[in-house]
Write a protein that binds this ligand. Sequence first.
Ligand SMILES: Nc1ncnc2c1ncn2[C@@H]1O[C@H](COP(=O)(O)OP(=O)(O)OP(=O)(O)O)[C@@H](O)[C@H]1O
Length: 455
Amino acid sequence: MKAPGSILVVDDNQDILIAAKLLLKKHYDIIKTTDSPFEIESYIKQFNPDVIILDMNYSQDSVSGKEGFFWLNKILNINPHIVVIMMTAYSDIKLAVDAIKAGATDFIAKPWQNDQLLAAIAVAFNHVKTKNEVAQLTQKNQELNQVLQGHEHAFIGQSKAMQAVFQTIEKAAKTDANILILGESGTGKELAARAIHQASLRAKNPFISLDMGSVPASVFESELFGHKKGAFTDAKTDRLGRFELAHSGSLFLDELANLPLNQQTSLLAALQNRQVTPIGSSKVVDVDIRLICATNDDLHQAVEEGRFRQDLLFRINTVTVHLPALRERKEDIPLLVNYYLEYYGNKYKRSLSISKEHMNSLSHYDWPGNVRELAHTIERAIILTEGESLDISSVMNISKPKSITHDIVEFNLETVEHNTIRAALKHFQGNVSHAAKALGLTRGALYRRLDKYGL
Ligand SMILES: Nc1ncnc2c1ncn2[C@@H]1O[C@H](COP(=O)(O)OP(=O)(O)OP(=O)(O)O)[C@@H](O)[C@H]1O
């Protein structure tokens, strides 16, 4: 049975072409031959062969192989997926090695043994398969990256502090400098890392992340550098580490301060040498990555306390981006609220407005969980709101600004009640309905207390 596949044979000797065709047509679907390399391009356009068997020498220069190299280059320029086997009557190992360096897959000496030629072609078809799979995987990876970006949130902010962050990111992204992103939890460190990758020259290549906060310390090394089958009890198969997966792209290490000291040493070595050695392997692998790290820990303090290597800190913080807490840039809150109102509104098929009053309450809150807390709050409020206007009172205890709950030095219940009601009224600018709702009272019950305390 013939194997599917198409082959073009190029040689200026008609006898060779006839012999090749007679042999190969028994084994493969489509065999074309030509005695002129100038026709290669039009053959590629007509039937796009999987494999080309290419003579190295033509009548103009019958021994040096130069013409063969010229045509080899031309073929690979037209379609790098075509697999080329070089052929020459002057069996010459040096020429063979040079041809393979130049992109040929194999080398056949004339006159050939039929079995040898068929074996070389079978190997060539395996290469075709591998090249196709690699092309498909690369494409899949690019598509996945796009899908992930599609689900990503926009990285927004109009405050001066955020504008400065965007500028630093824009400038640093274009270089290959290692970047350290600092900021409290929920300030957008991962979004910033993705934004850096997207603005970099590596944007089309992988963005691979590892959250040191969620991986058990015992597997950090294997996660980062990979392992060979059998390297330890659970190593059932070979596994690529994040460094290798991120090759040619960006590697994002989140919660870096969690990395134990001995693995900090391995990380430093990998960054210095641009090479990794998977666990259980004796082979080093070259890696080309741009490193982006993030932490909400104080790394300088960690260095002082002996928890973090100073030389590693110097290597990873070529550029530092500091993401301000949301309470330090409250002018961004309305923008973020509107963004998430629209985002979750689309998700839950609700079109809600927000009153000035509620926007005001959201803007005055301190958001200890930063943008993540704000996004979750809006999402929950959208789910719970019954009317057309976003009701945040069900999801936030907005009646009790932090200063009140934290500053309680009074334990007499009546006095506490009196003070809390006064604070609630002040917070809602005298609106009894809102104050009552926030206090968990009916309007009637609140009026009775106002009366009692003479408010
Ligand atoms: N500037 C921003 N614009 C829009 N959304 C943001 C912004 N900053 C953060 N977010 C949203 O807040 C959430 C938390 O962001 P992210 O995971 O990037 O924070 P983080 O600093 O990495 O948090 P952690 O330290 O807990 O890992 C995400 O849903 C993200 O989309």
